[in-house]
Design a protein around this ligand. Structure first.
Ligand SMILES: NC(=O)c1ccc[n+]([C@@H]2O[C@H](COP(=O)([O-])OP(=O)(O)OC[C@H]3O[C@@H](n4cnc5c(N)ncnc54)[C@H](O)[C@@H]3O)[C@@H](O)[C@H]2O)c1
Length: 273
C-alpha cells in the first residue's frame, strides 16, 4: 500500500547488498512512497551484490563509496545533490561489519586492528557521513537521518562480539551529532534497534538461528521483518515524525521490554519433563 508519504523527497540509501538487505526493502518502499534517491555501497559490494537490479527498478543512480573514506563520501554527497536536483531530505545508514565476527575470533581474543576496522565501518562511518553532510550543508531543513542498530548495545548477546560495542558507539553518535544537526539545521537523527533479521550481515553472526527463534518466542508481536523495518523507516523519513530526534527506537515486536514469555517458559518446561 502506498500513501505518497515521501513525494518530492530526495535521499541517499547506504547498504543495499541483495534483496534480503534491510536497505533494499527500504529502497523499494521509499520508491513506492514517491521518494527519489541515490543508492550507494562499498565498491567491493558492487561486485558481490545485485544493486543494479534495484537501481533499475527504482529509477535510482548508483554511486560506489567506501563509507569509511571521507574522499568517497564528499564525492558521493556532492554528486547526489546534483543528480537529485537539490538538497537531501533523508539518509539511511544501513552498514555493519566486524572482522572479528567474520573470522570467528572470540570477544575475549580480539585482534585489535580488526576491532578498529569494524568500528570504523560500523560506527565511525556514521559520524563521517553526517560530518560531510553537515559541512557541505547538504541536508534540507526537517530532513531525517536514520541508522540501524541492535539491542546488544544495551544487553549482553555473547556472540554479537565487538559489534555490540560498535552499536553502542553508533547510538551515541546519533545523539551527539543529532544535537548539532537539530540546533543548526533542523534535521533529526535517530537509530532504529531492529529485531534479528535473516540478511547476509545477520546470518554471519554465530548462533543466529538460535537467537532469532528465541526472539520470536519472546516477542508478543513476533520479530520485525526487513519489510517491517522499511515501513518504520519510511515513517521516520516522512513529515509525520518531525519532532522525533536523538532517539534509539526499538523496533522488535516488544522484545526489549520482555522478561519472559509463556512460549519461552513452555520450551524450558518441556525440557524438564
Ligand atoms: N540482520 C540483523 O539481524 C540486524 C539486526 C539489527 C540491526 N542490523 C543492522 O542493519 C544494518 C544493515 O544490515 P543488514 O542486516 O541489512 O545486512 P547486509 O549484509 O545486507 O547489509 C550490510 C551492508 O553494509 C555494507 N558495507 C560493509 N562495509 C561497508 C563500507 N566500508 N562502506 C559502505 N558499505 C559497507 C555491505 O556492503 C552491506 O550492503 C547493519 O547496520 C546491521 O548491523 C541488522
Amino acid at each position: 500500500m502506498s500513501y505518497g508519504l515521501l513525494k518530492g523527497k530526495r535521499g541517499i540509501i547506504f547498504g543495499a547488498l541483495d534483496e534480503n538487505s534491510i536497505a533494499w526493502k527500504t529502497a523499494e518502499r521509499v520508491h513506492e512512497e514517491g521518494g527519489s534517491f541515490v543508492l550507494t555501497n562499498a565498491p567491493i559490494a558492487m561486485r558481490m551484490g545485485t544493486i543494479n537490479q534495484l537501481a533499475d527498478k527504482t529509477g535510482a543512480t548508483v554511486i560506489p563509496a567506501d563509507a569509511t573514506s571521507l574522499e568517497d563520501l564528499e564525492k558521493l554527497i556532492s554528486e547526489s545533490v546534483e543528480i537529485l536536483g537539490g538538497k537531501i531530505d533523508f539518509v539511511l545508514h544501513s552498514i555493519g561489519m566486524s572482522v572479528n565476527v567474520r573470522k570467528g575470533r572470540a570477544y575475549t581474543d580480539q585482534k585489535y586492528d580488526w576491532t578498529a576496522k569494524g568500528w570504523d565501518v560500523s560506527a565511525g562511518s556514521f559520524h563521517k557521513v553526517m560530518q560531510v553532510l553537515y559541512k557541505q550543508d547538504a541536508m534540507n531543513e526537517w530532513g531525517s537521518i536514520v541508522a540501524l542498530s541492535y539491542m546488544a548495545a544495551q544487553r549482553v548477546f555473547p556472540d554479537y562480539n565487538d559489534m555490540a560495542d560498535n552499536k553502542a558507539f553508533l547510538e551515541s553518535i546519533a545523539r551527539s551529532f543529532g544535537y548539532f544537526f537539530g540546533r543548526d539545521k533542523k534535521v533529526r537523527v535517530n537509530t532504529i534497534s531492529q529485531s534479528p533479521t535473516p540478511t547476509t550481515a545477520g546470518k554471519g553472526v554465530k548462533g543466529f538461528d538460535g537467537f532469532i527463534s528465541y526472539a520470536e518466542k519472546m516477542s508478543p508481536l513476533g520479530n520485525a521483518s526487513a519489510l517491517d523495518c522499511a515501513n518504520y523507516t519510511v515513517s521516520l523519513f516522512s513529515d509525520l515524525t518531525r519532532k522525533v530526534t536523538l532517539q534509539n527506537l526499538f523496533h522488535d515486536g516488544g522484545f526489549s521490554n520482555m522478561g519472559v514469555s509463556d512460549a519461552v517458559m513452555q520450551a524450558f518446561e518441556e525440557q524438564e519433563d
